[in-house]
Each structure stands twice: as structure tokens, then as C-alpha cells.
Design a protein around this ligand. Structure first.
Ligand SMILES: Nc1ncnc2c1ncn2[C@@H]1O[C@H](COP(=O)(O)OP(=O)(O)OP(=O)(O)O)[C@@H](O)[C@H]1O
Length: 265
């Protein structure tokens, strides 16, 4: 029995959640992503690192089609989620973003109560039948985002009245309230102080038990602390991708070596 469980877990660990094949992204005539291939592993944290302007955020946004909102932006190539083409014409983008949630650099709670910030997604997706079910989702999401104890007595207070670190955990709670499978995080700690950063990093580590997490970060220390896989981008190319420990201790490409040793970027 124990052996079986071990085998199941081991198989799980190598399961691919997202694939990208020959992905190019253009803003008008300018090519920001130049032919990226990658397999992103399920229930692991993958960090995207690289110098400013190398295309980390652009590539991250292709994964839940956030680039669709930028008129000049064009994506070619293929991206799949569990084998399904997310750029297929029949894909409902609202449903896609329920499966692939996103947390942004700057905490962006809605100008609503803490409760309504979390309830927003479940309401538009019709995930609950009554208030008791909604209350349950609110509590569960806030607990998972490690902020329940701080806000449970003031759920009707405005989300914008929380501290920056609390707002970011509220945004993470909001992102997980619709039970996504993947969480995309674009520099989620860049506006936070070291204590709030540590809390969010701890949370990211817990989230990977259930979710596939992809995080863009400028901090190599953060990538080393929170991720199991790292992708190094340079000038629109994915230069190197592998186990985080290998990328940081034994990079194969000279450009990766230069970046992690502080010579470029
Ligand atoms: N909305 C946009 N319109 C036009 N060009 C854009 C847009 N967003 C990004 N770019 C360009 O695409 C390239 C990649 O930018 P992107 O923001 O993806 O890089 P990044 O690695 O995330 O950078 P940073 O670390 O500074 O956030 C850059 O040359 C940038 O100027």
C-alpha cells in the first residue's frame, strides 16, 4: 500500500501541466518572445528569471491569455493546459482564467469589502448555491492564503484598508477562491517588505501541494527559495530550463552563468 502511494506520488511529480511549443510574441513588429518551448510541471513552483525586458512577464501572460487584452500583441505557436490548446477559438477565456488565476506585482484589491473581494469570482462563475456555501469558500480561501486570523473579525471592512502584505495575501485568496489549477504570479513580492515577503513565500511553498505555480521574480534568492524549476530568459529566448538547484549551481549556458553571478542584468 505504502509502495503504491509512493509510486503514485512519484508519477505525479513528473506530470506536465502546461506545454509551450515554438511560442513567439509580437508587440506590433517587435518580437518580445522568440520561439519558446517548455514543459511546466504540475504541483511545483517554476520561477522565470532573467534581466529586465527579457520577456518574463510577456511569456507568463501567454499562459492565461492576458496578452489578449493588449491590442498590439500577437501570439503564435502552441500552448496547452492538460493537453488542450488554450488558444483554440472555442476556448472561453473567462473559464480559462478561472482555471489559471493570476496575482500581479502590485496588490490590487477591488474597492470592496474583504468578503466581497473573495466572493467576486465564485459569484460570477456561479460556484455557490447559498450564503452558507459562499461563507465556506471565503473562510477556506482566506485560511489557505494565511490571512484568515488577521481579517476574520472585519470581513466587511474595505480590502484597500489592509497593509500591503495583507492586500497581497487577500489577492492570493481571491485568486484561489475559484479553485484554479494554475496560479501565475508576476513579481508578487516586489511591493512588499521583508516580513510580508517571507509570509508570501511560505504561502507559495504551501500552495504547490495543490496548485501549479509559475512565478516571475527579479530576485534570484527568491527563485532559489521557492521554486523547484527555473527558466532563465534572455532577450526573448528561453536560454536554460531545469531543476532550480542545477540552474544555480551548475548552469550549462554561459549567459545563465553570467546572470546568476551578477555579470549581466
Ligand atoms: N504592452 C506592451 N507594448 C509594447 N511592448 C511591450 C509591452 N509590454 C512589454 N513590451 C516589451 O516587450 C519586451 C519584454 O517585456 P516584459 O515586460 O515581458 O519583460 P520582463 O522580462 O518581464 O521585464 P521586467 O523584468 O523589467 O518586468 C520589452 O522589450 C518590453 O518593452
Amino acid at each position: 500500500m505504502n509502495d503504491m502511494r509512493y509510486i503514485e506520488r512519484a508519477t505525479d511529480m513528473n506530470e506536465t501541466k502546461i506545454t509551450a511549443r515554438d511560442v513567439h510574441v509580437f508587440y506590433g513588429d517587435s518580437e518580445a518572445i522568440k520561439g519558446v518551448d517548455v514543459d511546466i510541471q504540475a504541483r511545483a513552483v517554476t520561477a522565470f528569471i532573467g534581466p529586465s525586458g527579457c520577456g518574463k512577464s510577456t511569456f507568463l501572460r501567454t499562459i492565461n491569455r492576458m496578452n489578449d487584452t493588449i491590442p498590439s500583441c500577437r501570439v503564435t505557436g502552441g500552448i496547452t493546459l492538460d493537453g488542450e490548446d488554450i488558444y483554440d477559438k472555442r476556448v472561453d477565456v473567462v473559464q480559462l482564467r478561472q482555471k489559471i488565476g493570476m496575482v500581479f506585482q502590485k496588490p490590487n484589491p477591488f474597492p470592496k469589502s474583504i468578503y466581497d473581494n473573495i466572493a467576486y469570482g465564485p459569484r460570477i462563475h456561479g460556484l455557490t448555491k447559498n450564503k452558507a456555501e459562499m461563507d465556506e469558500i471565503i473562510e477556506k480561501s482566506l485560511r489557505r492564503a494565511a490571512i484568515w486570523d488577521e481579517v476574520k473579525d472585519r470581513l466587511q471592512a474595505p480590502g484597500t484598508g489592509l497593509s500591503g502584505g495583507q492586500q497581497q495575501r487577500l489577492c492570493i485568496a481571491r485568486a484561489i477562491a475559484t479553485s484554479p489549477e494554475v496560479l501565475l504570479m508576476d513579481e508578487p513580492c516586489s511591493a512588499l517588505d521583508p516580513i510580508a515577503t517571507a509570509q508570501v513565500e511560505e504561502l507559495i511553498d504551501e500552495l504547490r501541494q495543490e496548485y501549479t505555480v509559475v512565478i516571475v521574480t527579479h530576485s534570484m534568492q527568491q527563485a532559489a527559495r521557492v521554486s523547484q524549476k527555473t527558466a532563465f530568459f534572455h532577450l526573448g529566448h528561453l536560454v536554460e530550463y531545469g531543476d532550480t538547484s542545477d540552474i544555480f549551481t551548475n548552469p550549462k549556458d554561459q549567459r545563465t552563468e553570467s546572470y546568476i553571478s551578477g555579470k549581466i542584468g
